[in-house]
Design a protein around this ligand. Structure first.
Ligand code: ADP
Ligand code: MG
Length: 683
């Protein structure tokens, strides 16, 4: 391709660029760069200016710098594996050029003896002397001196030189696209066009200028595309009709008598909102959001009863088997006898599965709990009318879509999440949904007290635990990710289990990823009924499980966790009426950052507040787990820095919705920012 004509061309693969072969294109794909557009939307994070010549005496170790030196002496050892060396100097000092795996002839050619040369590379220091290893930029004339080049996060197999060349080539080919924004909007960015902005983005003089017009324009493109798509999805969803569900709260009333608590105000409001949606002709697409322990499950279960009363089936999905099982057990205990309940997990025996499938297909079963195994094609419902998805961020958009397909048009959808989303993001992440928020915690809750302890003071922790056990309380002991490999994790929890078992004997149990589902269920169940008092585990307990009698959680190597994750883990306790404690264990003295995190955790029990702080410390991408969610991450926009742009976008969207403005001008924007597939996907 020697010309990029339109936005559609931008979406083509990189092999369409002259000089980029399939091999290079494949390497880039590994870095998630699939199209020309992907490539130009990546920011250079810094640049090297090879034009600045540094005296040897002024060199800085670890930096990429350029020197002008005379070649003094070769040292070509005849021993294998020893590198070739070339001694060079300027008026201020000496430096070695080190060559591994290079031929003498090549070295003599690029570094001729007694000649002055320019060399650019990373400065090292060895045995009291500066050195440059395998320098890539060497020249007799000052042509490297002209070179400034951007640095991008690269992937193995592609060099900076090649990468920069491709970017340069693309930039030269860029077309001026028709402006998709209105005049008023572009004015806000000083009339910066898309092409001009992209070009400026890759100009090394502009690196880090996130407050400039060109940068903000591109960030706004991204934000606006995402808001626009949410808005389109919302419109589409609102048009979907279903049969109204009719019920008189017969089952709901029955369950009230069995609860040993009253719903909080927020729970009641959420439940009413859901019930109202169920009765409407419009399909429900609602998110139930509330901090850990705020009591989302019971709200969902009660609404499920209403759906059952109206003659439909319900599918209740959880991300882990343990959680699915717990919800199932809760329903078994609470639901009136006439409701028929089933569970399907990956571990369900196939003969049992057949029976369950049959009962689902003929409508005998009213509600089924399960993990993603509920997606299987084999599973058919008689009259599915309601899908509940717990911890929705653990599921991808496609998985949600597959399940909602099963229900046909009569399926209402409720998503649940404890992931706190900052206000700025709500529209772009969940703009397509209605939201019910449970802010209030059940009244009997006491705030969890959080301590930090060095591992060497484990004795103090043990004394504390013994005391708690004497009161009949239960303890979680979490051994976290030490490395990615689950083998290592299991070892660490096994070791800890062994050492604690010497002290606590039969009161202690171990749960880790490697044991079978049956064993796991058995252990959890035994823990629940109080057979064990301490449960050592890896992070399998992180998501959703509820143990009202557990009131102490010890988290080892707490610095391995992010704030939000610690908050989630901590949320496993503090559900009963007793005072709960969270002890964060550390291996060594705390880093500044770790100190900050503990301070935040100690001072707040509010997940939303914590996640906002977390985002300030770590950047928002890491916190929200967007990658798993299937929701797109932003490349340039930042929900904290660009709050004003989010607001501007929301206003613009409201105007479009209010005045019913045709959005065809935004088509390239939507296509480029690639969420268009989601429109078809989500509904
Ligand atoms: P989450 O919102 O994190 O999913 P759960 O639904 O698991 O929280 O509820 C946590 C615990 O709180 C459960 O033991 C549940 O029985 C209890 N619970 C829920 N609502 C109330 C309430 N209104 N009053 C007292 N306890 C409640
Ligand atoms: Mg939950």
């Amino acid at each position: 391709m020697n010309k990029i004509k339109n936005y559609e061309d931008l979406l083509k693969g990189l092999n369409h660029i002259e000089g980029v072969g399939k091999k290079t294109a494949d390497i880039l794909k590994k870095k998630n760069i699939h199209s020309i557009f992907d490539m130009i939307l990546r920011l250079p994070h810094s640049y090297i200016d090879r034009s600045i010549i540094t005296k040897v005496s002024d060199l800085q170790i670890g930096k990429i710098q350029t020197i002008k030196v005379n070649v003094i002496k070769y040292n070509f050892p005849r021993i294998r594996n020893l590198p070739n060396k070339v001694l060079c100097e300027d008026q201020t000092g000496k430096i070695d050029c080190i060559f591994f795996n290079s031929f003498e002839g090549y070295i003599r050619k690029i570094l001729p003896i007694n000649k002055a040369v320019y060399i650019s590379g990373k400065i090292g220091f060895f045995k009291n002397k500066y050195q440059i290893t395998n320098p890539k930029y060497v020249s007799e004339n000052n042509d490297i001196v002209e070179q400034k080049s951007n640095k991008y996060k690269l992937t193995e197999g592609i060099s900076e030189k090649v990468y920069n060349k491709i970017v340069e080539k693309i930039l030269k080919l860029l077309p001026e696209l028709n402006e998709w924004h209105t005049e008023e909007i572009v004015k806000k960015f000083n009339n910066m066009s898309w092409k001009k902005s992209i070009t400026k983005l890759h100009d090394y003089d502009n690196i880090g200028k996130t407050q400039s017009d060109f940068y903000k324009r591109l960030a706004f493109d991204e934000i606006f595309a995402s808001l626009l798509i949410s808005s389109e999805i919302r419109k589409k969803i609102k048009k979907i009709k279903k049969d109204k569900k009719f019920f008189n709260f017969v089952l709901q009333k029955k369950i009230y008598d069995r609860l040993n608590f009253e719903l909080t105000n927020d729970q009641n409001i959420a439940l009413n909102q859901i019930n109202n949606d169920l009765k409407l002709k419009q399909k429900m697409f609602r998110l139930l959001q509330g901090d850990v322990g705020s009591g989302k499950t019971i709200v969902a279960l009660i609404s499920a009863l209403n759906v059952i009363e109206s003659g439909y089936q319900v599918a209740f999905m959880a991300p882990t088997e343990i959680l699915a099982k717990q919800h199932y057990n809760l329903a078994k205990n609470l639901f009136p006898r006439e409701v028929s309940i089933a569970i399907i997990t990956g571990k369900t025996l196939s003969k049992d599965k057949n029976i369950i499938n049959k009962k689902l297909e003929n409508g005998e079963t009213n509600i089924v709990f399960g993990t993603h195994s509920l997606f299987q094609k084999k599973i058919k419902f008689n009259k599915l009318g309601y899908i509940i998805i717990d911890e929705q961020h653990k599921f991808g958009v496609n998985q949600r879509k597959r399940l909602s397909d099963k229900g046909g048009n009569n399926c209402d959808i409720l998503l649940m999440s404890a992931t706190p989303i900052p206000r700025t993001l709500i529209m772009s992440v969940y703009g397509d949904m209605d939201i019910s928020l449970i802010k209030e915690k059940p009244k009997n809750r006491k705030d969890i007290i959080t301590y930090s302890k060095l591992e060497t003071k484990i004795d103090e922790i043990l004394i504390f635990i013994k005391k708690e056990l004497n009161y009949g309380n239960q303890v979680f002991w979490v051994c976290p990710l030490i490395e990615e490999s689950s083998k290592v994790n299991n070892t660490s929890s096994i070791e800890r289990y062994k050492s604690l078992k010497k002290i606590f004997k039969k009161k202690i149990a171990l749960l880790h990823g490697k044991i079978t589902a049956e064993e796991k269920d058995l252990i959890l169940n035994d823990f629940l009924i109080g057979k064990y008092q301490i449960l050592v585990s890896t992070t399998v307990i992180e998501v959703g499980i509820d143990f009202p009698k557990a009131n102490v959680i010890v988290i080892e190597n707490a610095n391995k966790f992010g704030l939000s994750q610690l908050h989630q883990l901590r949320g496993r306790v503090g559900r009963g009426e007793r005072q709960s404690t969270c002890i964060l264990m550390f291996k060594s003295n705390l880093s500044e950052n770790a100190r900050k995190r503990i301070k935040i955790l100690k001072s707040s029990n509010d997940g939303f507040q914590i996640s906002e702080q977390d985002m300030k410390l770590r950047g928002f991408g890491d916190v929200l787990g967007f990658k798993q969610s299937g929701l797109k991450n932003f490349k340039l926009a930042d929900p904290i820095q660009n709050e004003d742009l989010f607001k501007l976008g929301e206003e613009e969207i409201k105007k479009i919705e209010r005045e019913n403005i045709n959005i065809s001008r935004y088509k390239p924007l939507i296509k480029l920012y690639d969420r268009a597939d989601i429109i078809n996907d989500i509904v």
